[in-house]
Design a protein around this ligand. Structure first.
Ligand code: ADP
Ligand code: ASP
Ligand code: MG
Length: 443
């Protein structure tokens, strides 16, 4: 019997009824030995995630305001889960310690991590599993980067001591002993790290949808599920905005060749999506696997005659954004033109300075700036080397009167990225979906 690691997301543990579903799932298969919970998520669309409330407490405390009202709501949520589950678990010493720490200026990372910590305590008690704090075995280096080597060594040794354990997601510790979190949605990464550490046969990621869908269900109504997808395709989709799985969650398991199964806590019988080896199944030529995208990019288009014969032009251009601590998303180029596509979250208020720098260092003939751009990736192994894919995609967009402001296709040919105006984002995703996914005759 192989070992399974099961990560349950925030919506899967948002209230007592969800905890009951989780226990039924865990008890149904004895190989589910290591369980990674997120903090309680939204119970309904208007609700607030515990993690968001904790960040709010931190921000209030930092500005010298009282955070006690928000903290009381947090305590209330955990308390009601315990009461409804009939757990004799007294969390008040934990609450007091956390409240004191926030009041004394604890970091945002520490404060946010308590959401997973407390939920882990409850889930461990409810399942009768050991509680293992990831601060003792998931490590970051002094630059805040995840330290895979050190973690792997300690975590595999540590977890070997437990037949069954709950390990809270989202955080670990830095060399000075301080708590550090991954970026938002990071419990997916913890699940993958644990799966690798215990050499799991499967990493199950339980959420509120029946696996990876071909498009964001909030944009396309009832998108078709993806039954099987390779790590490579998934990475492209996750990075581009399909938030079902954190894009960095792929690396630990991919290396160890552990498949990931995305499953629905509210419909455990559904097979969900299986994420497999990169040289997995070859799909029907001409088909796509999925569509994902994000809003909020800026394109800086630079024009200069004979730029390609100017030695070091690209390096000079990139040195400017590097100087400002900015990374770029894409760099499509043509004859005498090159564009930088940069996320607005990177650019912030540095645009003017960047333009001044480019003019000084690159001496271009012209610079054009296009703001409010959304990027959409159409991804699929079945797209590679198939003629007509791009034509179909651009025809679909043209038919809806959507203006394409940028095109980029990776050399692997499994991804075509288009840039459209933010306002056209949702319509563009729907158009591409309709162009590639045949309608079910019975729907
Ligand atoms: P969890 O709390 O379990 O970690 P997330 O909210 O992080 O869950 O991820 C699941 C959500 O991702 C779904 O509820 C859905 O709204 C959203 N989503 C975005 N793109 C997709 C997609 N392509 N397929 C499925 N869900 C998607
Ligand atoms: N609770 C954290 C967040 O909301 C981590 C996670 O859910 O994966 O981002
Ligand atoms: Mg998530």
């Amino acid at each position: 019997m192989g070992t399974k690691v099961a990560k349950f997301g925030g919506s899967s543990l948002s209230e007592a009824t969800q905890f009951r579903k989780v226990r039924a799932i865990v008890e149904e298969d004895a190989s589910r030995r290591y369980i990674v919970p997120s903090a309680p998520g939204k119970r309904d669309p208007k609700d607030e995630k515990i993690t968001d409330l904790l960040y709010k407490c931190h921000a209030l405390a930092k500005d010298g305001h009282s955070f006690l009202e928000v903290f009381a709501r947090i305590k209330e949520r955990y308390q009601s889960i315990c009461t409804e589950l009939g757990l004799a678990l007294d969390l008040s010493p934990e609450f007091d310690a956390i409240e004191k720490a926030i009041a004394a200026g604890a970091s945002a990372d520490y404060t946010a991590s308590r959401g997973e910590y407390l939920n882990g305590k409850i889930l461990a008690a409810y399942l009768g599993y050991a509680f293992v704090d990831p601060a003792t075995m998931i490590f970051f280096d002094q630059h805040g980067q995840f330290d895979a080597e050190k973690t792997q060594a300690v975590l595999s040794r540590e977890l070997a001591r437990y037949e069954r354990a709950v390990i809270p997601g989202f955080y670990g510790s830095s060399p000075d002993g301080q708590i550090r979190t991954f970026s938002r949605g990071g419990s997916d990464i913890t699940g993958a790290i644990v799966a690798r550490g215990v050499q799991a046969s499967l990493y199950e990621n339980w959420t509120d949808v029946s696996g990876f869908l071909m498009a964001d269900p909030r944009i396309v109504p009832n998108p078709k599920p993806i039954r099987e997808i390779t790590y490579r395709e998934l990475r492209e989709l996750a990075y581009m905005g399909a938030t079902v799985l954190h894009d960095e969650a792929i690396f630990p398991v991919r290396e160890a060749k552990i498949p990931i199964n995305i499953k629905n806590t509210n419909d455990p019988g559904d097979p969900g999506t299986l994420i497999v080896n990169d040289n997995g199944s070859i799909r029907t030529p001409g088909s796509i696997t999925g569509i994902a995208g994000r809003k909020g990019f800026t394109i800086i288009a630079i024009e200069k005659t004979l730029m390609h014969s100017e030695l070091g032009f690209g390096r000079k251009l990139l040195s400017v954004i590097e100087e400002h601590g900015i990374s770029f998303e894409h760099m499509p180029s043509g004859i005498d033109t090159i564009s930088l596509v940069i996320a607005d979250s990177q650019l912030n208020d540095k645009l003017e300075q960047v333009l001044i720098g480019i003019k000084r260092v690159c001496k271009p003939d012209a610079i054009e700036v296009v703001r409010d751009i959304a990027l959409i990736a159409t991804v699929g192994l079945g797209m590679a080397y198939t003629p007509g894919i791009a034509a179909k995609l651009f025809t679909a967009l043209a038919e809806a009167g959507i203006n394409v402001r940028m095109i980029d296709q990776g050399s692997s040919e499994i991804n075509i990225i288009v840039g459209v105006e933010n306002k056209d984002f949702e319509a563009a995703v729907r158009q591409i979906y309709q162009a590639f996914v045949p309608r079910d005759p019975d729907k």
